[in-house]
Design a protein around this ligand. Structure first.
Ligand code: UDX
Length: 455
């Protein structure tokens, strides 16, 4: 009501705030599109860092906030997340205040890796819904990190890496989500802990997953996170990730695949963040060459520390690769995975890649690098049994062996059958009455109900 006693008509809006990394931008924009298609108006707050092309989203309002990252010289994802969570507080608060002045904001949906946004939402009485862009199983592993630390598993990291974590089967000590991305495991611990603790204070939690896949872990989730939870994925089945790609897709990958035999090609990509040194790159290259299987390999500029691109690969390898391989800087991944020529995906087990592979029924070889990838890959190999985890890291003999097991041997057929079953379940869960369909209906009702409580 205004001071004349009449009701002012402000347009309703949902405000979304993605973490500015490819693997987080994709699902947040997909969610925004899903909600827009259900009648909600969308305002997207975004950092200057990795700001997407707004002309591809004329149906959203964009609000850029300064982050100071470029001037800071901060690099590597852990340090960037830490920096942004401190530097974006005031710009985010001011932007949200402005939006709440101009519109009736129903709620704010922010990435779980923006823990600072919970206190701001609380301070203006606005419900915060958390989008966790990864799996439930990996989120539960993050939620157990304090326990892992109390039990001394962090200090055992150099000892028996293959020992099981009794409190969290089937994880092994080496699967603890601390990762190699920084030597400062205390920073990683702080980021994970803040994510978990602030998520517990949120009004609701959304996952880009489907409940049939993660059924056994749902009771654990509900016990620890006492809020409405929505599993409405896989998001990319509603809207593809191609419009949010920060790099240009090399479409020659598709014309190269067109010339290959059905199910003969291994697609290799380690996502948008992981890095490796030259020696590891060579292990990958020798493993691929020695396997004698055709492959399409994404080597992203920046993948190899200290290198521009592939200049450190020996000529002998490049020659042997050119016989049956094709290297690109960035591929149209969803199209690649759905191509008839693809028989397997060697992935870093980022959650988007894992889900995209399941949706196309493509079994995996998993090389996790850090964070959620460790749990995702363990579940792919030991729980869902739809892939092979490389247990020794990047080592040419193990790579060669895994490629043959997946692409040529009977073992691969078993994984293919199981992943095809999951693919079918996805089709069911998205259709009318299916689990993700119903969960989305509940999310729409939930957000609509916030409208009356926040007016
Ligand atoms: C990061 C973390 O690494 C991951 O563990 C977490 O789950 C999400 O954030 P990222 O490395 O980007 O993710 O991997 P992933 O989650 O798999 O997302 C990569 C996205 O980029 C996918 O949607 C994929 O389709 C796309 N992609 C990847 C391309 O379009 N082309 C490529 O060549 C490679």
């Amino acid at each position: 009501m205004d001071n004349q006693g009449t009701t002012s008509i402000l347009q309703n809006r949902i405000v979304l705030f993605p973490l500015p990394f490819q693997g987080h931008i994709n699902p947040m924009f997909q969610l925004a599109n899903i909600l827009h298609s259900r009648g909600f108006n969308i305002s997207m707050i975004h950092t200057k860092y990795n700001f997407p092309n707004p002309s591809k989203y004329p149906h959203f309002n964009f609000h850029i906030i300064s982050d100071g990252l470029l001037e800071s010289g901060v690099s590597n994802p852990v340090n960037i997340i830490k920096f942004l969570n401190s530097n974006c507080v005031e710009p985010f608060r001011e932007c949200l205040d402005r939006l709440m002045f101009d519109y009736h904001v129903d709620c704010v949906i922010t990435d779980a890796n923006w823990p600072f946004t919970q206190a701001i939402a609380d301070s203006v009485n606005l419900p915060r819904i958390v989008l966790r862009t990864s799996s439930i199983c990996s989120f539960l592993a993050f939620a157990a990190v304090s326990l892992f630390r109390d039990k001394g598993y962090f200090s055992n990291l150099d000892s028996n890496m293959d020992a099981p974590i009794e409190e969290f089967p089937p994880l092994k000590i080496k699967d603890i989500p601390q990762g190699e991305i920084t030597s400062n495991s205390e920073d990683v611990f702080q980021i994970i802990d803040a994510m978990v603790q602030q998520t517990k204070k949120a009004s609701a939690l959304i996952f880009n997953t489907f409940s049939e896949l993660e059924e056994p872990d749902l009771p654990k989730l509900y016990n620890q996170f006492l809020m409405q939870t929505f599993t409405i994925g896989p998001f990319h089945k509603f809207f593809s990730a191609s419009t949010t790609s920060l790099l240009t897709h090399d479409m020659n990958s598709i014309s190269w695949l067109d010339k290959q035999e059905p199910k003969s090609v291994l697609y290799v990509s380690f996502g948008s963040v992981a890095t490796m040194d030259t020696q590891k790159l060579q292990e990958v290259a020798f493993g691929l060459a020695n396997s004698k299987q055709p492959f399409l390999w994404v080597i992203r500029p920046g993948l190899v520390n200290g290198s521009e691109w592939i200049e450190t690969l020996p000529n002998e390898i490049l020659e042997s690769i050119s016989e049956r391989g094709y290297i690109v800087k960035w591929a149209p991944q969803q199209e690649v995975l759905s191509h008839f020529a693809i028989g397997g995906f060697w992935t870093h087990s980022g959650w988007n890649s894992t889900l995209e592979s399941i949706c196309e029924g493509v079994p995996m070889i998993c090389s996790s690098f850090f964070g959620d990838q460790m749990t995702n890959s363990r579940y792919v190999s030991d729980v869902w049994k739809i892939g092979i985890k490389l247990e020794k890291g990047l080592e040419r003999d193990e790579i060669e062996n895994a490629i043959r097991r997946l692409m040529v041997e009977k073992e691969g057929d078993g994984m293919r059958e199981r992943i095809l079953c999951l693919k079918e379940k996805i089709d069911v869960c998205l259709n009318t009455g299916g689990s993700s369909y119903q969960s989305l209906e509940k999310l729409v009702d939930f957000i609509t109900s916030l409208r009356s409580s926040t007016v």
